[in-house]
Design a protein around this ligand. Structure first.
Ligand SMILES: [Zn+2]
Ligand SMILES: [Zn+2]
Length: 689
């Protein structure tokens, strides 16, 4: 198939030819004027899964006409680039369908996004989920019509004419285009959109589309502007891929930590306390405590010192660190000093004046801490330090506060107050490499224990063309090499991301893939040359001279809230025995087993097992149903046989049962399972065995 028969038109010597390099490196001659799509068919055959072409590395429509030598390859609909083109094209199809049902709706913007696409419409009020079906039907109808998506180059005045009844598109043009500059539209049937493309060549490529939800949005994301209706959808290249994605979405809904958090009574958010402020209820607090204890164990092993610091600090501290008066948008407003408040009041200062002073940073007071670093720095500088003290590793489960926009707040993952698994390492330059490695080892140990074995690491490096970075380039080279070396020593996927470093140092990010294939960005390890400079930190070197330490910030799980949210979804609420809020739920069949039930529950508790007893009057079937929804690791069913023989009948979460187990044996095996932090409860053999 590999491109033997170039379309040569009429042949003859007058036809000029171009040389096209194909993906396998071979070079073919084609008549000038051949389209990118024709070459892709030549390379891949008629039944290809490509949605557009890459010409000299640039994405082009299949209709792109080629008139000079170039390299061409197809973009598969299954590739990252290809799926974006499908999503973007599906957004056009959505807007076309909307306009054919609602001619007055005004399309504004409709981009591809991570999991699908959306389009925002003005003038589409009272549109809800129940309207989606008809729109989707229309989309399929338009897809079946096999309409060509035609790219048309337009002048400025043509564009202004075409979009004269859509002020949003006019605003985009005025914003993006120079005066007198034209652009392109994409036309399909009698509908068109302002767009640079590229797109699929036909609506027939857009059959496997599904609209998923409706929400509201604001024009340009600005709450003071018009309210728009946002419609979300997903698209895949094939029917099977769509089916797989839909079932993954279903599974994700079942695992949603906001739903499970409520069902399992793990946490609560109360409007009276405040949005995004998590109340850890007793069952959730158990999980958090177990995790913190587990992490602490490893911190001790790695030579960390745990510290405690208050939730607020003086504004001056944050002036030095650079957090104030900058970044005020992402923080709670400062707590103004009492004396200053009364002085300002007596001077007749108005609220407007006060808020101007706050914005300018012209006040005295305290701030809810947005980060723990300045507090830890003050612990470092509370004593004269020598090279013998380094590395100094200070760890704290430190609670910080950030002002997330209310629209952004979500469950445990986007909150306004959270507890970081934070630590700051004060090190000499020579120690950076080893210490970064130590931070990563900790992450590895914990991921392993939790069965999160699919993760990757991103190393954020300098942008070689930028000068925004503090510290000498020689120091940066060392730190970047240390991060690279640490990442490559892990034996997991890692990538370098130039330009992703903070201005004060390179960093390492952890991205975990959960059991249903979703990626979660957790925390980071960051090398920092900046704060030691700003706080003028020093230590006495072995040469007797004073030197500047380097800081490493690390919060490998980001925050306990976020990490627990990810874990709830990862385990779908079915926690390993060592983390399960209730490890054993003891159920009696009748009142005859009450004494035995009380006795063994007390024994379990005395061994440190989280055990509960239900010796009430309900039938055993009802008791099982009632307690099953809380997902204890095990239920013990007690009948007469169990009482008479000092045994228990163990019921696993999947309903499998193992009868006649001596109670002492059960306790021994249970304690071993807890101690070894087994990822799944396994005291009842699975069915296959
Ligand atoms: Zn577009
Ligand atoms: Zn920090």
């Amino acid at each position: 198939m590999k491109g033997k028969s170039a379309p040569e038109g009429g042949g003859g010597k007058s036809m000029s030819m171009i040389s096209v390099t194909l993906p396998d490196g071979s070079v073919n001659e084609y008549a000038s004027g051949v389209t990118a799509g024709e070459i892709v068919i030549d390379i891949e055959g008629r039944k290809h899964d490509c949605v557009a072409a890459l010409v000299n590395g640039q994405q082009k429509d299949f209709s792109a006409v080629l008139e000079s030598d170039c390299a061409v390859e197809g973009i598969s609909g299954f590739s990252d680039d290809g799926i974006y083109i499908l999503r973007h094209s599906a957004a056009h199809l959505l807007a076309q369908a909307i306009n054919s049902i609602y001619p007055d709706a005004k399309p504004t913007i409709g981009p591809p996004v991570d999991r699908g696409f959306y389009y925002d419409f003005a003038n589409l009020d009272n549109f809800g989920e129940s309207e989606l079906k008809a729109v989707q039907k229309k989309m399929h109808e338009l897809a079946r019509k096999n309409l060509t998506l035609e790219r048309v180059v337009c002048t400025e005045s043509e564009l202004k004419n075409l979009f004269s009844n859509n002020p949003y598109k006019i605003e985009i043009m005025n914003d993006k285009l120079e005066a007198g500059e034209g652009s392109t539209i994409y036309r399909q049937g009698d509908w068109y959109d302002l767009c640079l493309g590229p797109h699929v060549h036909s609506t027939a490529k857009l059959m496997h589309v599904r609209l998923t939800s409706v929400s509201s949005a604001f024009w340009r994301g600005d709450q003071s502007k018009e309210r728009l209706t946002r419609i979300y959808g997903i698209i895949e290249p094939t029917k099977d891929a769509l089916k797989a994605t839909l079932s993954a979405i279903e599974e994700a809904k079942k695992r949603d930590h906001r739903k499970l958090g409520k069902d399992l009574q793990l946490f609560h958010v109360d409007e009276d306390v405040g949005q995004g402020l998590i109340l850890w209820t007793p069952r959730g607090a158990i999980i958090r405590t177990c995790l913190q204890d587990f992490i602490s164990e490893h911190l001790t092993r790695q030579g960390y010192h745990q510290v405690y610091t208050p939730h607020i600090g003086k504004l001056d501290l944050y002036r030095t660190s650079g957090h104030f008066p900058y970044y005020q948008d992402s923080q709670y407003p400062p707590l103004v000093e009492k004396e200053m408040m009364s002085r300002l009041a007596s001077e007749g200062c108005s609220c407007g004046e006060l808020s101007n002073m706050m914005a300018a940073g012209d006040i005295e007071g305290y701030m809810l801490k947005p980060m723990n670093c300045p507090h830890h720095i003050k612990i470092y500088s509370s004593q004269a330090r020598s090279y013998r003290d380094l590395p100094l590793r200070l760890a704290e489960f430190g609670t910080v506060y950030r002002w997330e926009q209310s629209g952004e707040i979500s469950g445990l993952t986007r909150v306004r107050g959270f507890t970081q698994d934070d630590a700051h390492l004060f090190v000499t330059e020579d120690q950076i490499a080893d210490e970064v490695l130590g931070c990563i080892e900790l992450v590895q140990v914990i991921f392993e224990a939790l069965g999160m074995d699919d993760y990757r690491v991103r190393v954020g490096l300098r942008d070689p063309d930028s000068s925004k970075y503090v510290g000498s380039s020689q120091k940066w080279d060392l730190a970047e090499d240390a991060c690279r070396a640490a990442a490559s020593s892990l034996g997991v996927k890692w990538s370098e991301e130039p330009g992703e470093a903070a201005f004060y140092g390179p960093k390492i990010d952890f991205v975990v893939k959960d059991v249903i294939g979703r990626e979660w960005q957790l925390g980071t390890v960051q090398v920092d040359y900046n704060l030691p400079e700003r706080f003028e930190l020093q230590y006495k070197g072995s040469d007797g001279e004073m030197h500047r330490p380097v800081m490493i910030h690390r919060a490998p799980f980001g925050s306990m809230e976020r990490f627990c949210g990810v874990l709830i979804e990862h385990f779908a609420g079915r926690f390993p025995t060592w983390l399960a809020p209730t490890q054993v739920h003891v159920l009696t069949i009748s009142e005859k087993q009450v004494d035995y039930g009380r006795e063994i529950t007390a024994k379990l508790k005395s061994k440190g097992v989280r055990a509960d007893l239900d010796d009430g009057d309900h039938t055993i079937g009802k008791k099982i149903r009632m307690h099953r929804k809380f997902q204890p690791a095990y239920m013990l069913i007690l009948g007469d046989d169990e009482v008479n023989n000092d045994t228990v009948s163990i019921r696993a979460r999947n309903g499998e049962q193992k009868a006649g187990v001596a109670f002492v044996d059960f306790v021994e095996e249970l304690l071993e399972e807890i101690k070894s932090k087994k990822a799944t409860p396994s005291l009842v053999p699975a069915k296959e065995e």
